[in-house]
Design a protein around this ligand. Structure first.
Ligand code: ADP
Ligand code: MG
Length: 402
């Protein structure tokens, strides 16, 4: 069932309490160094402003451990938002109590107020009902647009909904659900899932869940090395999950893929190095020996050239692509070849629905300039993974059904 959306509200003259994700990085002087998350919330904020609502924003920032520490103040975020939108942005130095109540009472229709960090109170992460009730006193309508924290049942994401009649999702959450849930219900075929990154165990539930839907899997990164180890290949000093438990998970996935006859592409060859450093010389394993052997003193850091060619062919043919996890250690120069090539191949498939999820994958796609070619770049790390696992997120489940 779909959730009530910000589009369905009649917010004119109402106090709309909106949970946003303004958990932005700050420098030593307290300036916002990356305002991506603030910009991302603007469509929902502007929509409410244009509709004549009183817009009251709340967020967390960092981990102040329930203390009012000035270095975790949201004031810099209010200042930045003020520069980005056409209406003045006010700031209240508390998120509950008289200070918040007075600031809210002074707000005119179409004005915006940001409340101080909700994590200055222990009741936020404890999802304390009393604290949630105090937060709820700031609004007549609740909107959640903080996708990145929607997988946490906190007072400002879930608890607050128990005390406000109308609770809707903002545009950001709506788009996340559209791509990570709805579009994957009946995805245009072939549906190709590309997974990489560090660990099989982090992503095992996604692999299991998407196994029912995917027409092919492409696996890279250290994750692929764990699969190769599970198959009995030599992996040298590579990063992998070497515990029997992880290897069992990997073997289980390989077995399921085989039973389902779902093509499961592991890298034919692996790029490896002696030194784990920028621009270190690298070599690929023997491309004629599937899975290859990484020498004992060397470490696999990326997929090899033959693997890239094969992956490019599969990606070019896809109708829907979900990409989660880089193909190698893309943070290091020279170890980023596979991630760049796979990103480029996805971007080049114009007809496909292209979805990128996971913090590092989104960073990589942006860093290599493919971000704007994707249909959806998920804004939540943990929250995106949980949605792909098919879980219900508490901050979304608590909203009203349509
Ligand atoms: P995401 O954040 O997109 O979900 P992960 O957090 O699972 O991705 O994995 C990203 C990390 O995996 C990166 O820091 C990258 O350096 C690392 N990684 C990828 N391939 C390898 C490899 N072969 N060896 C070591 N680390 C790797
Ligand atoms: Mg990550």
């Amino acid at each position: 069932m779909s959730k009530l959306s910000i589009r369905d509200l009649n917010p004119a003259g109402k106090r709309v309490l909106m949970r946003v994700d303004f958990n932005v990085p700050l420098d030593d002087e307290g300036n916002v160094t990356d305002d991506t998350r603030i910009r991302a919330a603007i469509p929902s904020i502007q929509h409410l402003v244009d509709a004549g609502a009183k817009v009251i924003l709340m967020s967390h920032l960092g981990r102040p451990k329930s203390e009012k520490k000035p270095e975790f103040s949201l004031k810099p975020a209010a200042d930045r938002l003020n520069e980005l939108i056409s209406v003045p942005v006010k700031f209240a130095s508390d998120c509950i109590g008289d200070e918040a109540a007075d600031s809210v009472a002074n707000l005119q229709d179409g004005e915006v107020l940001l409340l101080e960090n909700v994590r200055f109170y222990p009741g936020e992460t404890d999802n304390d009902p009393e604290f949630a009730k105090q937060l709820a006193e700031n609004g007549d309508i609740f909107v959640n647009d903080a996708f990145g924290t929607a997988h946490r049942a906190h007072a400002s994401t879930a608890g607050v909904t128990g005390h406000i009649d109308q609770c809707a999702m903002g545009f950001l959450i709506e788009k996340e659900l559209e791509y990570l849930v709805e579009k994957l219900e009946d995805p245009p075929k072939p549906f190709v899932v590309i997974m990489g990154g560090a660990k099989v165990s982090d992503k095992i539930k996604i692999l299991e869940r998407l196994m029912e839907k995917a027409d092919a899997f492409i696996i890279g990164g250290a994750m692929a090395t764990t699969f190769r180890l599970a198959q009995g290949h030599e992996i040298g000093k590579s990063f992998a999950e070497r515990e029997e438990e992880a290897l069992e998970l990997a073997r289980g996935i390989l077995q399921t893929a085989k039973e389902n006859e779902t093509p499961f592409y592991l890298p034919i060859d692996t790029r490896h190095t002696l030194e784990f450093e920028d621009d270190a010389p690298t070599e690929c394993t023997d491309p004629w020996e599937e899975g290859g052997a990484i020498p004992a003193d060397r470490e696999g850091i990326d997929i090899g050239d033959r693997a890239i060619e094969e992956f490019e062919r599969v990606i070019a043919d896809a109708g829907t692509i979900v990409w989660n996890g880089p193909m190698g250690v893309f943070e290091k120069r020279g170890f980023d070849i596979g991630t760049k090539a796979v990103g480029a191949a996805i971007a080049a498939n114009e007809g496909a629905i292209k979805i990128v999820g996971g913090g590092d994958s989104v960073t990589a796609a942006n860093q290599f300039g493919f971000g704007d070619k994707m249909d959806h770049m998920s804004t939540g790390g943990g929250a995106s993974l949980e949605l792909l696992e098919g879980k219900e997120l508490p901050g979304i489940a608590a909203l009203d059904d349509k």
